[in-house]
Design a protein around this ligand. Structure first.
Ligand SMILES: [Zn+2]
Ligand SMILES: [Zn+2]
Length: 433
């Protein structure tokens, strides 16, 4: 039997992983600038957390979660997390973070799991970077999150980004809109898909984001929630838009951006990028969820956040991406046991000075070691054989210039650390090192 990976689960191999690392470190830099702190939550949670936060009758809960009974006496149902928000909200309440300081800006990154129908670009283990802000009800934080993402796209050189925004109102104004929407959709019921026919009864707002063409056609003509917002919600939304007025291209209003659950309110948004991905070009999505923490039994704090898909982002960035800049590689070629010992300890000394060093493990011909050094992209190869050991001199070959020089063993470390090591920090006087 040949062992293979599970359908919908993917390896990120060297060659691709560099792009992932670049995304992660750019995100960490941008989050730090906005004073976000990282939070790490478990991959596995009690299933109930997700059924309560995402709603029993959603596709994720009904069909897509990896759920199984634990081996405890009660056979507790556990699920691999299908998204990050619920776990972060739980951790915020359980860790009593609100008692110390209710306003928290948190971010997370890691794998999420949904057993979706396999299709191109849709994995069952996928990765998200997400942010959640607790304790802020003002529109400034909504705008801050959107500008944080804009900064991230710039940091990554992500092409063709555009922001779509909407407001879905609040418990005061949404019911009025809902009635108007239902009346409109009733009139065109025959044109809706079977799913939307059901949604019309229990979750009519979800009809607005149905991906089917027939429903999308109906929905374009549907009344917009933006003309049914109460005064507070309108002011909130207008302030967000005003804070984003320097954004280019300008944000697009999209009244089809909705969330199906009651605790979502006001701002919802999606960032899209790249012309190539078509309908799948959403790279980040989020919104405000003021009632979620309380609905999970936590403190009554407001929340707003987003999640972005790392796979999709990596796909948009991967072409010609060299990843984070890394130090040039030094390769140590040796011949004979004595030279092997000598280069082994040299490698260790150089690495401790911050250099990137590799060397052969087994006795190979110089020719094959040089070939390997070339394959690895080594900038410099240091060559030591029995002759060099006798003379106390090493050969240092610059691979690009194809030049070779002789260096005394006594000066080898210095001659390599100087040009290839990390830049020296100027030392302040009186500093203890
Ligand atoms: Zn309202
Ligand atoms: Zn539909």
């Amino acid at each position: 039997m040949k062992l293979t990976r599970i359908k919908g689960f993917s390896d990120v191999l060297p060659g691709e992983v560099e792009t992932w690392q670049r995304i992660e470190s750019a995100a960490k830099r941008v989050f730090a600038g906005y004073n976000f702190k990282e939070i790490r939550i478990p991959v596995l949670e009690k299933s109930e957390l997700f059924s309560r936060s995402l709603g029993e009758s959603t596709d994720v809960i009904e069909k897509e979660m990896y759920t199984f009974a634990d081996r405890d006496a009660k056979a507790t149902l556990l699920s691999l997390r299908p998204e990050g928000t619920a776990g972060v909200v739980r951790a915020y309440g359980e860790g009593k973070l609100h008692q110390v300081e209710p306003v928290r800006k948190l971010y997370y990154l890691g794998p999420m799991f949904r057993r979706e129908r396999p299709q191109k670009g849709r994995l069952r283990q996928f990765h998200q970077i997400g942010a959640e802000v607790f304790g802020r009800t003002d529109p400034f934080i909504d705008a801050e999150l959107l500008l944080l993402l804009r900064d991230l796209w710039e940091e990554l050189d992500l092409p063709q980004t555009v922001l779509e925004v909407n407001s879905i109102g609040c418990a005061d104004c949404r019911p009025g809109y809902r009635a108007v929407l239902v009346a409109f959709l009733e009139g065109r019921r025959g044109e809706l898909c079977a799913d939307c026919d059901r949604r019309l009864e229990n979750n009519p707002l979800r009809v607005l984001d149905c991906k089917r063409e027939s429903c999308a056609g109906v929905v374009t003509a549907a009344p917009s929630i933006l003309s049914h917002l109460c005064a507070d919600c309108r002011l909130h939304f207008e302030t967000v838009l005003d804070l984003l007025k320097d954004l280019r291209p300008e944000p697009l209003l999209n009244h089809r951006l909705v969330r199906g659950l009651d605790y979502y309110c006001r701002t919802t948004f999606e960032w899209k990028a790249g012309a190539g991905l078509g309908s799948q070009n959403t790279v980040a999505a989020g919104g405000r969820y003021d009632g979620l923490a309380q609905s999970l039994g936590g403190p009554p704090v407001a929340g707003v956040g987003f999640a972005l898909g790392v796979e999709r982002l990596a796909l948009l960035l991967s072409e010609g991406d060299a990843g984070e800049p890394v130090a040039p590689l030094l390769y140590l070629a040796w011949m004979g046991e004595e030279a092997q010992r000598w280069t082994f300890s040299l490698a260790h000394r150089l690495r401790r000075q911050g250099l990137r060093v590799d060397l052969e493990g087994e006795g190979k011909s110089l020719k094959s070691q040089m070939r390997r050094a070339g394959k690895l992209g080594a900038r410099v190869v240091l060559i030591v054989g029995p002759d060099e050991m006798t003379k106390g001199k090493a050969l240092v070959r610059d691979m690009a210039r194809k030049e070779q020089t002789e260096v005394d063993f006594a000066n080898v470390d210095e001659s390599l650390v100087e040009p290839f090591g990390p830049p020296r920090q100027p030392q302040a006087s009186g500093q203890i090192t």
